[in-house]
Design a protein around this ligand. Structure first.
Ligand code: FPP
Ligand code: MG
Length: 420
């Protein structure tokens, strides 16, 4: 008896070459000139016994009216089943070896925020002789599995690149398939309210939702609103996202703030720009992982990862394992000290820049007031304190108004008027 739950896909073939005893792999079947008759996979998770196998073969051959002599059986572990009902939230424990390794790893500094470029779904599909869309489905399943590993490793925040604005240039079939996958998965998320609450999962979607079909925008908005007060772990799904678009959008928001008189041009700073990004609610990622051997950031979190540990791994995303994640965390730990140092230096530099900018504004103001006469040190100090307090209040008001605008985008999407 096969011990773990499996999914089977049966391929029937009449190929004479294969009947003559050549190895029966999906690859040999694919290269033969005889078309395969593909059956639906067995997609439940019952344990497969030899008796059940025989029975499935019998039923499927007769239902396809096939005279095939040869049957190729592709067997996938249940973790990679293309099941639209597969959840984002997995339950389950690590095995003993994984638990021991996790504990050793967690004795060192752990990343609190990990970002993933989940690359290699289509290459995986090609390698396994599957449909492209199944590669993406399995990519989703791997995401759910990875979130469970992150939970066991006490990593409370994960950001994933699920759909780049560049991905709109792919074939209509693939784009539609990815939209449908997202629709199914966000609908599934809505059904899991209790579980999300139990685990305190807050799901955010970063990107320009206007680029998406309206029904998908609405289901995303519902999921985001439903989980917005959860605060134990955070999943940021970058969808219709690129970093340059995000930065440009942030610059536009600041320009519009200046135009409306909410902020002054001199209030524009690195720190303010960070607050205007879609990612403003999250700390910067400590670790960014890209799979599939590509060594580019592909317009993902360019602003946020200047002091992150970047790890490029050759494994294709659907084949990502707990051990791959551990290896990336070890890379982070080896670089932790220098990352921390660089971050501290950068923060100091940012504070200094802000102080210099405030001093320059105050000096100009005092010069104007005193008709060019220099002010004494005490007066300069007082004016600086006053100016800094006023600037901080102005910036906070501006950010509040930006937050209200963004929140109402989501609430409007869920409101009756848009739904009808
Ligand atoms: C990159 O692999 C992957 C994508 C463009 C899509 C990623 C999407 C998922 C993993 C599903 C997540 C879905 C939700 C709803 C969060 P690729 O297509 O570039 O593959 P390749 O590099 O082998 O060509
Ligand atoms: Mg790719």
């Amino acid at each position: 008896m096969l011990v773990c739950p499996l999914t089977l896909e049966l391929l029937l073939t009449d190929s004479p070459a294969e009947q003559k005893g050549q190895p029966l792999t999906p690859q040999t079947s694919k290269t033969s000139s005889v078309p395969l008759k593909k059956c639906e996979p067995i997609d439940d998770e019952r344990t497969v016994t030899p008796q059940r196998l025989k029975w499935e073969l019998h039923c499927r051959k007769s239902s396809m009216n096939s005279s095939a002599e040869v049957v190729v059986i592709k067997v996938f572990p249940s973790s990679v089943v293309s099941n639209p009902k597969m959840s984002w939230i997995r339950e389950g424990e690590l095995n003993l070896l994984e638990r021991i390794s996790a504990n050793i790893l967690m004795a060192g500094p752990m990343p609190k925020h990990v970002a993933f470029i989940m690359d290699g779904n289509r290459r995986f599909a090609h390698k396994k002789n599957m449909e492209r869309h199944d590669g993406h489905m399995q990519g989703f399943n791997k995401l759910a599995e990875t979130l469970l590993w992150c939970k066991h490793l006490n990593i409370p925040e994960v950001t994933v690149y699920a759909f780049s604005i560049e991905n709109f240039k792919r074939s209509k079939e693939e784009v539609d398939g990815l939209m449908e996958l997202a629709r199914q998965k966000f609908e599934k998320l809505l059904e899991e309210q209790e579980n999300l609450e139990k685990h305190g999962v807050c799901v955010r979607v970063l990107g320009d939702l206007n680029m998406l079909p309206l029904d998908l925008q609405q289901v995303i908005a519902k999921a985001v609103i439903m989980t917005k007060n959860h605060n134990k772990c955070f999943l940021n799904v970058c969808f219709a996202y690129t970093s340059r678009y995000e930065i440009t959008n942030a610059v536009r928001e600041m320009a519009s703030g200046v135009e409306q008189g909410l902020i002054k041009a001199s209030d524009v700073s690195e720190a303010l720009l960070s607050e205007c990004l879609y990612s403003n609610n999250s700390p910067n990622p400590d670790l960014l992982i890209r799979t599939s051997g590509e060594v580019r950031l592909s317009d993902f979190l360019l602003w946020q990862t200047s002091h992150s540990c970047l790890v490029f791994q050759s494994v294709l995303w659907p084949e990502y394992s707990f051990w791959n994640l551990c290896e990336a965390v070890v890379q982070y730990q080896l670089n932790h000290k220098s990352i921390q140092k660089a971050r501290e230096l950068h923060l100091e530099e940012q504070a200094l820049q802000q102080l210099e900018a405030d001093c320059a504004c105050v000096a100009e103001h005092l010069q104007h007031q005193g008709n060019g006469k220099p002010a004494d040190a005490q007066r300069r100090q007082e004016a600086l304190r006053h100016y800094t307090t006023a600037r901080e209040a102005r910036v906070q008001d501006f950010l509040q108004s930006l937050k209200r605008k963004r929140d109402s985008f989501f609430t409007d999407l869920c409101s009756e008027t848009v739904l009808t």
